[in-house]
Ligand binder design. Structure first.
Ligand code: HEM
Length: 393
């Protein structure tokens, strides 16, 4: 059996030719996955939307129960809300949505701007910086720490553990980081129980619903882990990919420079063009199900690819072109779709928007410091993001 194209290093440098070839073969395709498994890969737009609402399971615990992985991930990391099905998912999502409101995101906007301005304000004109290391990496994790109420002194450790959790292939490092992070957050939850503050974590401890009750200790811990992890690497990638796309399309960049009011809608096209969550999280078919006319057999893992769906020419004409005037860009699936649609989308959007606005104001002459084909991309199936983005100011 041929190996999966997702493990080929060339795939990570430029995924789009592979996605196009897979989509042309079939928008829903059976192909080899890790080891001996045959997986179903969904690359067409309509098929991906359908897959996000199909009766597929996200319960990884049930899938791996009789397929031991030999891993020792902390359960709070292994089994988050993103790996649950209804009715468990419905209950958790309802409780967290009560605490994580749009008002909370709006309250964070001035803080996000202050952080971005502080960072960009340190840069000297004419010098070179790595935009991932200096802005796209630290900003999202600092924002989530602020949201959850992690004291500033502990944020560097959180960032290190969170980075380790994405160390693709290095299982030992990932598993160790999962225990360190969960241990830290467990202590933080105890502290907030006795000393509640205005943080999201304190609100999650207090949140209550007549039908859904309260969040239990393990649920709280895994939600805290999920918010930290889901909101960090994805947003880092979103910022890096957006800035790179604009630097490679000077006419579109100029549109934003002369009309910063366009940033809000531009974010949709940027997320469509180079989607940070390129292949969605683990799903599988507990029973046979049909997707866009193709049968998915019971037990098959299903990889839904927003990165491919968002370049489907049947939905987005001339999909490989960045076009900030595209009228249906907001139909993208970069935040997923259906019951697991990204809970942090308003926050992620706010961060990307604010960072772009601050960069346009402070660094009008920003340009790439190396040729685009020398940039190094992360070797992750899930996240499409840059390891570094060297820019000249
Ligand atoms: C641009 C940045 C982001 C992108 C592209 C993104 C993308 C996604 C996607 C595609 C999903 C669904 C995954 C699936 O169904 O397999 C998801 C779920 C989720 N995201 Fe995000 N995300 C981003 C930022 C954030 C932030 C900042 C937070 C929180 C602070 C967050 C929290 C979550 C949570 C909690 C879920 C699980 C929802 C559920 O299971 O009901 N995300 N995200």
């Amino acid at each position: 059996m041929a190996s999966s194209p997702f493990t080929d290093p060339a795939f990570h440098t430029d995924r789009y030719p592979t996605y196009a070839a897979l989509r042309t073969a079939s928008p829903v395709l059976r192909m080899p996955s890790d080891g001996a498994t045959t997986a179903t890969v969904v690359t067409g737009y309509d098929a991906a939307r359908q897959a996000f609402t199909a009766p597929l399971s996200k319960d990884t615990g049930a899938y791996f129960a009789d397929r031991p992985s030999g891993r020792s991930l902390h359960p709070a990391v292994a089994r988050t809300m993103l790996a649950t099905d209804p009715p468990e998912h419905t209950r958790l999502r309802r409780l967290v949505a009560k605490a994580f409101t749009s008002a909370r995101v709006d309250d964070l906007r001035p803080y996000i701007r202050e952080l971005a301005e502080q960072q960009v304000g340190r840069w000297q004109p004419g010098t070179e910086v790595d935009l991932v290391e200096e802005l796209a990496g630290p900003l999202p994790v600092t924002v989530i720490c602020e949201l959850l109420g992690v004291p500033p002194a502990d944020r560097a450790a959180i960032r290190a553990w969170s980075t380790d959790l994405f160390a693709t292939g290095d299982h030992r490092r990932i598993d160790d980081a999962s225990h360190a992070l969960a241990g830290y957050l467990s202590e933080l939850i105890s502290t907030k129980r006795t000393h509640p503050d205005r943080s999201l974590l304190s609100d999650l401890i207090a949140v209550h619903d007549e039908d859904a009750g309260r969040l239990g200790e393990e649920e709280l811990l895994s939600l805290a882990v999920l918010l930290l992890v889901a909101g960090h690497e994805t947003t880092t990638a979103a910022i890096g990919n957006a800035v790179l796309a604009l630097l490679r399309h000077p006419a579109e960049l100029e549109l934003l420079r002369t009309g910063p009011h366009r940033i809000r809608t531009a974010v949709d096209e940027l997320l469509r063009y180079d989607s940070p969550v390129s292949i969605a999280t683990w799903r599988w078919a507990p029973e046979e199900v049909e997707l866009a006319g193709t049968a998915v057999t019971a037990g098959s893992p299903v990889f839904v690819c927003p990165g491919a769906a968002n370049r489907d020419p049947a939905k987005f004409p001339d999909p490989d072109r960045l076009d900030l005037g595209r009228t249906n860009a907001s139909a993208h699936l970069a935040f997923g779709h259906g019951i697991h649609r990204c809970l942090g989308a308003p926050l992620a959007r706010a961060e990307v928007e604010i960072v772009l606005a601050v960069l346009l104001e402070h660094s009008p002459d920003l340009r790439l410091a190396v040729p685009a084909d020398e940039l190094v991309w992360r070797q992750s199936r899930l996240v499409r993001g840059l390891v570094a983005l060297p820019v000249k100011l």
